[in-house]
Design a binder for this molecule. Structure first.
Ligand SMILES: Cc1cc2nc3c(=O)[nH]c(=O)nc-3n(C[C@H](O)[C@H](O)[C@H](O)COP(=O)(O)O)c2cc1C
Length: 189
């Protein structure tokens, strides 16, 4: 077996810890790969949809992730009907792919007052566009950005499982499940 440049990938509990370290780095470092995960949902007619988002919070103890979006967006329509999402991150320097499955809860109104209060004014403008996101407009710039707390929603993702694929000199693939308290198991890559 060849020496591995990422020793954390050789042990299930270290790999699990590394996954959360990298997710949390995404929240705090705008250049970290986990800053911009891909969020996939299921549309009302059962088709997959994926888009880039910003990771706003990652809580290892709770096993949760937060994403901020507009209440009128298609992804919110999706999770109202199918409250599950998949999250994907490719961390190239760590040779690490993360695939998470999560149950999604929508937090609005008084539940997000404190989060809204901490948002910079420029960020608030992303929530409250007129007309609503995804509406057809005659010209590309026929919209207004208005900060509207009523349009602000936090998608709180309760992670159900995490699959980590490490492409080191040896390929290692692991599955961590909330159901077994994140103990983890190796999978054939
Ligand atoms: C780098 C990047 C970051 C983005 N971050 C967010 C985000 O945090 N929240 C969000 O709602 N949309 C974000 N978007 C826009 C989404 O990718 C998507 O275009 C938009 O939310 C509409 O998606 P929907 O129609 O599937 O709801 C981001 C796009 C890019 C390219």
């Amino acid at each position: 077996m060849k020496a591995d440049p990422h020793p954390w990938a050789c042990d299930l509990s270290q790999l699990h810890a590394e996954v959360w370290t990298r997710l949390m780095r995404g929240v705090h470092d705008r250049h970290a790969p986990a800053r911009h995960p891909t969020l996939a949902t299921v549309t009302p007619d059962g088709r997959p949809q994926a888009r880039t988002v910003v990771l706003r919070a990652a809580d290892k103890a709770a096993g949760s992730l937060d994403i901020h979006t507009d209440l009128r967006s298609a992804k919110v329509r999706d999770v109202r009907i199918t409250p599950f999402a998949a999250v994907h991150v490719w961390d190239a320097s760590a040779h690490l792919q993360l695939r998470l499955e999560a149950h999604v809860t929508l937090l609005t109104g008084p539940d997000v007052t404190a989060i809204w209060a901490r948002l910079p004014a420029a960020s608030r403008l992303s929530y409250g566009t007129t007309p609503a996101p995804g509406q057809r407009i005659a010209q590309a710039l026929d919209y207004e950005k208005v900060a509207d707390p009523k349009s602000f929603v936090v998608l709180r993702l309760a992670v159900a499982n995490i699959e980590a694929l490490h492409l080191g000199p040896n390929h290692r693939r692991a599955l961590f499940d909330r159901g077994d308290n994140w103990a983890g198991t190796w999978l054939a890559p």
